[in-house]
Unconditional design. Structure first.
Length: 383
């Protein structure tokens, strides 16, 4: 039996970042079911940092995470964690009202959001069809995230702080014995006063092992694929181009284009795989909006984005099961919000309350904690 203060279940971005923060003061063991950490949603994202996507809680968490990405702690990573990549939001004629609303709402969080005319939009992303784009706005300070470097930075930092990582360690049972959790895996047994549930799409399965009530988590499949850029064209200076109706987006990615139909199909927790129909829908929408004629998809994948009803993450102590802490429901935002959520988790675990800067953004336990999910089935704001 390996003893720790805190056992974190799940080695994706949520578990890795929280384990890193908590290890500053506690003995932490991170347990991951797969042979390596980051196999599921964390390794399948679009790697975008924006303050203009998600509900207002998500936008505030992104703001509170920016400094970490831009100025990480010394020694965190040899790589630069983020690089400039503006986001161009476009609309057709029939989407102009939605575009105006999105711009007004966006400016409340991102004052430097600028409206641009179709010609200026096409100058930024010359592949767009002139007769498709009727209006646009641009977010200049959004970023690409080097997800691998961020994730590895957290895992490496966890080890430097004395924590340990056990892979191939699916948690199969958890029992409470004399105020301690005993956690069974095929790679050994572990004991700790605190268990953190950072199991992504499987968070409710893990919670059911301790008898915690569900939070209404719904994993939703999202598809992405890669295509070659047109011959002789370097797409790297282009922005991420996002359709205001969430019908598709594309962005440059290592000399190619990453495309998504922005699908959100409810799914059981699983190793998500792309469906041909979703790739076809993405290709169709992309080819309507651009001059691209795609003959070959070079790579395709899918991942799960897990939501509760209000679209905000669930971070906090379970109010009924002692020693059980939720870090779940990061939706489509779990990379860009990880630094702030991990700091919040570490402070709450230490019983110090939500960090001051998050409280200043209005992010308290009534907004983040699990009890809100059981009260009313909280109203859906925006996914
Ligand atoms: C196509 C796509 C695009 C996205 N784009 C972005 C983006 O641009 N920006 C952004 O911020 N976010 C984005 N996201 C969302 C982001 O990827 C997720 O919010 C984030 O990765 C969630 O991290 P996680 O650690 O909660 O989950 P995961 O990475 O899924 O990790 C959970 C881990 O728990 C492990 N686990 C489960 N059960 C057990 C068990 N019983 N025992 C041990 N281990 C267990 C799993 O094996 C898994 O590794 C995107 C997601 C997708 C799919």
């Amino acid at each position: 039996m390996t003893a720790a203060d805190v056992v974190v279940i799940g080695g994706g971005m949520a578990g890795a970042s929280a384990a890193y923060e908590i290890a500053a003061r506690n003995r932490v063991v991170l347990l991951e079911r797969e042979k390596f950490c980051g196999y599921h949603s964390t390794g399948r994202s679009a790697a975008s940092f924006t303050e203009n996507y998600g509900n207002s809680v998500i936008r505030r968490l992104a703001k509170a995470s920016r400094t970490f990405f831009e100025r990480p702690p010394p020694g965190f990573s040899e790589a630069t964690l983020v690089a400039p990549r503006g986001i161009l939001t476009i609309g057709r004629t029939d989407q102009l009202e939605a575009l105006a609303r999105a711009f007004e709402r966006g400016r409340a969080f991102v004052p430097d959001l600028v409206e641009i005319d179709p010609a200026a939009a096409i100058a930024r992303a010359p592949i767009l069809h002139r007769d498709y784009v009727a209006g646009a706005f641009f977010e200049p300070r959004s970023r690409d995230i080097d997800v691998h470097a961020v994730h590895q930075g957290f895992l490496k930092g966890l080890k430097v702080r004395g924590g340990s990582i056990v892979t191939d360690a699916e948690v199969s049972a958890i029992d409470r014995h004399r105020n301690l959790w005993r956690i069974e895996t095929r790679s050994g047994r572990f004991e700790a006063a605190v268990v953190i549930d950072a199991a992504g799409a499987w968070a409710e399965e893990v919670a059911s092992m301790v008898g915690a009530r569900p939070i209404g988590l719904v994993p939703k499949r999202r598809t992405a694929f890669s295509i070659d850029a047109p011959p002789g064209v370097d797409p790297s200076p282009w922005p991420l181009v996002d359709d205001v109706g969430a019908e598709f987006y594309f962005k440059p990615d290592a000399g190619r284009l990453l495309v998504s139909p922005a699908d959100a199909t409810p799914s059981p927790p699983t190793d998500a795989q792309p469906e041909e129909i979703d790739v076809a829908i993405g290709l169709d929408r992309l080819q309507r909006a651009t001059a691209l004629s795609v003959h070959r998809v070079t790579h395709k994948w899918a991942g799960l984005r897990s939501f509760v009803a209000d679209g905000s993450p669930v971070v906090g102590w379970d109010d009924e099961v002692e020693g059980f802490f939720w870090l779940a429901a990061q939706g489509g935002y779990g990379i860009k919000t990880a630094p702030a959520l991990a700091r919040a988790a570490a402070r709450l675990i230490a019983r110090d309350g939500v960090p001051r800067d998050l409280l200043d953004h209005g992010l308290d336990q009534s907004v983040l904690g699990p009890s809100r999910c059981r009260l009313t089935g909280a109203a859906l704001t925006e996914n």
